[in-house]
Structure formats: structure tokens, C-alpha cells
Design a protein around this ligand. Structure first.
Ligand code: ADP
Ligand code: MG
Length: 491
């Protein structure tokens, strides 16, 4: 095989390209004036084996760089070129002056495979990257698609993620990013929402899809807690460069539950630099959080503003139809046969957390296989009360219509009719509003219950009632009364 670095021209082009990548990282890491003074004048000359040869103006310049920037240069060169790479300085009227990256442990632990060509310049077969203290991710080499990155859970895919109104944007954005990591404006992509609503599932799906399709070769999935632990460990074991190198050399970085970075200033600082380095190189970053980035407490403002620079998408609690579909999927996965009645009961009773819904299903299956009791609604009810903290006896749209009509003393069928009489219109809008607020039904379903109206009518009604209740105290009180009456039906 010919080595592209054998031709001096190719070497100098590649040296320039590598140094350009280093500069884009350095620019984010040092103050603008320092960057202009100490880094802009440096020119890349060529590559000598695994040395990047840089031209600098004087001995004084070298001394200054060595004293003030040796660590940051060391990390940057590791990030861009890989373990074992060094910088050689060329000072006018002097011999080449080889400096830092003195024999560090990263050099000793360099993989046996020849890794002479920097990863960022290789398109077909990148060298294996090894995290020196906890080797955790494999890369796809020589067309071997079976080696999944180890931290990705192959169980979480797009194929078994159920789409619904509650996760529409998050799902679409995740798909777009998986198909074109680093190539969309959704960078970073931040998914947020309550516990058990599918954030972790979706981000694993992004990683799995990007990997299997070959769109991203190096993928790291990490929780913010684990990132923190590794960061601390890297300091204790004097391996901060390896730590930085590992996270800055990926094509796709997924960090789950970033709210746990709160109050950890040093880790946040490290993550900030990792974020910038990846972003500069056009790599994809995907994050999850339990609240929108702007509400993250204990996080540095500059991190929050970075998080807000891409796309933020929320995941809400799923509506009944979506819960039913998820349950069907989970039944297939667990090979379980449940009657329609039991499925309906479970999906209506466990409304706020899919993890709990799945927990009930698994317990039901375990229960019947151990006791040979058939799966009935009564058994399901027992289990739901054991597993779920907050069981709701679901309200139905019928109940809401009945209560609203009694309250306003109008016949129920009027709600479904086409009449535009003012008092009927208001009662209809209120009943739609309450259906949206209190049942988890989709807009489409609600529309169907009100004489086949479409979802835009339901949205309009919802907004009208919401606005009125802010402006008009009698409307506000009526809504409070109705909600109280309806809540009483739930117990
Ligand atoms: P989160 O990270 O938001 O707390 P998870 O991603 O861990 O939630 O989801 C909890 C469980 O619910 C997982 O087993 C996941 O597969 C399942 N789940 C959540 N949403 C969906 C969905 N839309 N389709 C299929 N499974 C889902
Ligand atoms: Mg999670």
C-alpha cells in the first residue's frame, strides 16, 4: 500500500489541514488576543512520520509557547492527530527543535496497529482508538458492522420506538441527526422531558442507527455522572490528556442526563472544552435533560447558551393511543399475550411514565408464569397498585361531556352538533379544553368525540378557553369548579 505521506506535497497539505483543525480548537480555548499573538503566526510545514512540523518566528516565541501553552497544545494535538503524535518546531536558522509530548503514557499504550495517519485524515479504515484507562468503545473497522460501540444498548432502536403526538419533534430531530450526524443545524440536539418518557431510548437509537449505517464511526454514549467520575479519575491517575483525547475524537457524543453536571464546576469546564472542540470539528453532540436547558440550575451560563444554540425538543407524557401502541410493542418484545381489556386497563391506569408501564407488564408476565394465574383486569389492578406510585383512574371524554352539560344545563348531544349558539359553543370549548387537560387523549380523538371536528378546532378551543380563564374571573372559577368535580370521579 502506498503511503500518501511519502510525497512532500501531500505531507504539507495534510500538515496544513491538521494544524487548521488544531487552530479551530485552540481558538475556542484561549483568549482572542493570545490566539492572535501566539497561534496565528504559527505555520504548518510538513509531517515527518508522526511529527507535525510547525514553523515559529523565534526562540523567544518557542519559550513562551512552552511555558504557557504546552499543556493545551499537547491535548489539542492528541485530539486532532491521535496518541503518539508530537510537535516539532522549526525556528529560523536553527535545527528542528523537537519538544513536548515527551514520552507520555499515551505513547506507550499506543495500539499495536500502525496508527501513523491521523484519524481525522482517514476515511476508510481508521485506526482503533483505545481509551487508555477504560477501553470502552470499538470502532467499525474493515467493514465489520457487528462490533457495536459497547455503551450503546442495541435494544433501543427507532424500530421499536413508538411515535406519537407527545414525542413527534424529538423523534423527527433524532432521526435527522442519526442520518446526518454533524450535518444538520440540530447541533447540539437536546431532548428533555420527565422520567421514563423515552429520552434514553431515543438517544441510543440515534447512536445505533448512525453506527449501523456507517454515518458515524466513533460513538461515545455516557451519562453526565459517568463523565464526571472519569474526569476525576483522569486527574487522580494523571491521564487528563487521554481523557480529553477520548471524548474529543468521536464523531458522535451522547451525554445523558446533563442535569447532574449541576454544581460540578471543574467537570463543566472540561465538558465545555470538549463541546467546543467537537463542535468546531463539525461533530454531532446529543444531550438529554429532565428540564429545558434554560431552566438547568447550577450550570454555567456559557454552557447553557451552547446547549441552546442547536435544537431543543421536548418529550411529553404520551396520550392514550400512544400508550396503547407502546404496550402492544412491549407485549411483542416480551412475547406476552394480553387480552384487549387488560391492555386497555394498563394503558389507562399508568399515564405518566412508560418505565412504570413496562414494569407492570413485566410483573404481570412473571406473576402468571410463577402462579399459573390467568392475566385478568383484577390481577392487573393489583399489580398496578404495587408498582405505580401515582395510579390514576382515568377520566373519559364521555364523563367530561356529561359533567360539563350538567353544569351548564344543556343536552349532551348539543356538544356534538353543529350549532353555533353562543352558550353551546362555550360549553363545547370548555369540554374540549378539559378533555385535553385531563385525559391524555390525542387532539384527533377529542375532535372525534365532538362530532368529528378536526384537531385544529380542538387547539383553537383550548387556546380560547385558556385565554378567557386568564382574563375573565367567572370563567376561571367555572373551570376550577369543573376540575374539582371531575377529579372527584377519579378516585
Ligand atoms: P427516560 O430516559 O426519559 O427516563 P427511557 O428512555 O429510559 O426514559 O424509557 C423508559 C422505558 O420506556 C424504556 O424501556 C423505553 O424503551 C420505554 N419507552 C419510552 N418511550 C417509548 C416509546 N415511545 N416507544 C417505545 N418504548 C418507549
Ligand atoms: Mg434516561
Amino acid at each position: 500500500m502506498t503511503n500518501p505521506l511519502q510525497s512532500p506535497d501531500a505531507g504539507s497539505e495534510q500538515a496544513k489541514e491538521l494544524w487548521q483543525q488544531c487552530l479551530s480548537i485552540l481558538k475556542e480555548s484561549v483568549p482572542p488576543l493570545s490566539f492572535k499573538t501566539w497561534f496565528e503566526p504559527v505555520k504548518a510545514l510538513r509531517i515527518d512520520n508522526d511529527h507535525l512540523v510547525l514553523a515559529i518566528p523565534s526562540q523567544f516565541f518557542y519559550d513562551w509557547l512552552d511555558e504557557h501553552y504546552s499543556e493545551i497544545l499537547r491535548t489539542t494535538i492528541l485530539t486532532v492527530c491521535g496518541p503518539g503524535w508530537k510537535i516539532t518546531y522549526n525556528i529560523p536558522s536553527d535545527d528542528d527543535h523537537t519538544v513536548f509530548l515527551k514520552e507520555s503514557e499515551s505513547t506507550k499504550e499506543e495500539p499495536a496497529e500502525p496508527a501513523a495517519l491521523p484519524a481525522s485524515l482517514q476515511s476508510a479504515t481508521p485506526p482503533p482508538l483505545v481509551d487508555p484507562f477504560t477501553p470502552r468503545f470499538l470502532i467499525r473497522m474493515n467493514g465489520n458492522t457487528n462490533a457495536l460501540p459497547r455503551d450503546l444498548n442495541p435494544r433501543y432502536t427507532f424500530a421499536n420506538f413508538v411515535k406519537g403526538e407527545s414525542n413527534q419533534l424529538a423523534h423527527a430531530a433524532a432521526m435527522a441527526v442519526a442520518n446526518n450526524p454533524g450535518g444538520t443545524t440540530f447541533n447540539p440536539l437536546v431532548l428533555y422531558g420527565g422520567s421514563g418518557l423515552g429520552k434514553t431510548h431515543l438517544v441510543h437509537a440515534v447512536g445505533n442507527q448512525a453506527f449501523v449505517s456507517g454515518k458515524a464511526r466513533r460513538i461515545a454514549y455516557v451519562t453526565s455522572e459517568r463523565f464526571t467520575t472519569e474526569f476525576i479519575e483522569s486527574i487522580q491517575r494523571d491521564k487528563t490528556s487521554e481523557f480529553s483525547y477520548y471524548y474529543r475524537s468521536v464523531d458522535l457524543l451522547i451525554v445523558d442526563d446533563i442535569q447532574f453536571f449541576a454544581g460540578k464546576d471543574k467537570t463543566q469546564d472540561s465538558f465545555f472544552h470538549t463541546f467546543n472542540a467537537l463542535y468546531q470539528l463539525g461533530k454531532q453532540i446529543v444531550l438529554t435533560s429532565d428540564v429545558p436547558p434554560k431552566d438547568l440550575e447550577g450550570l454555567d451560563e456559557r454552557l447553557i447558551s451552547r446547549f441552546q444554540s442547536g435544537l431543543t425538543a421536548d418529550i411529553q407524557a404520551p396520550d392514550l393511543e400512544t400508550r396503547l401502541a407502546i404496550l402492544q410493542k412491549k407485549c411483542e418484545e416480551h412475547n406476552a399475550r394480553l387480552s384487549g381489556e387488560v391492555v386497555q386497563y394498563l394503558a389507562s391506569a399508568v399515564t405518566k411514565n412508560i418505565r412504570e408501564l413496562e414494569g407492570c407488564l413485566v410483573r404481570l408476565i412473571a406473576h402468571t408464569s410463577l402462579t399459573a394465574r390467568p392475566i385478568t383486569v383484577d390481577l392487573a389492578r393489583e399489580i398496578v397498585h404495587l408498582v405505580v406510585k401515582d395510579v390514576s383512574t382515568p377520566l373519559t371524554i364521555d364523563q367530561i361531556q356529561c359533567v360539563v352539560c350538567r353544569y351548564y344545563d344543556i343536552p349532551e348531544e348539543q356538544l356534538r352538533s353543529k350549532t353555533r349558539k353562543k352558550e353551546i359553543v362555550i360549553a363545547r370549548q370548555i369540554a374540549m379544553y378539559l378533555s385535553k387537560e385531563m385525559t391524555n387523549s390525542s387532539l384527533k380523538t377529542i375532535g372525534m368525540f365532538f362530532g368529528g371536528r378536526d384537531h385544529s378546532t380542538v387547539i383553537h378551543s383550548y387556546q380560547t378557553v385558556e385565554d378567557l380563564s386568564k382574563k375573565d374571573s367567572s370563567m376561571h372559577h367555572a373551570l376550577e369548579d369543573l376540575k374539582r368535580k371531575l377529579s372527584a370521579l377519579r378516585t
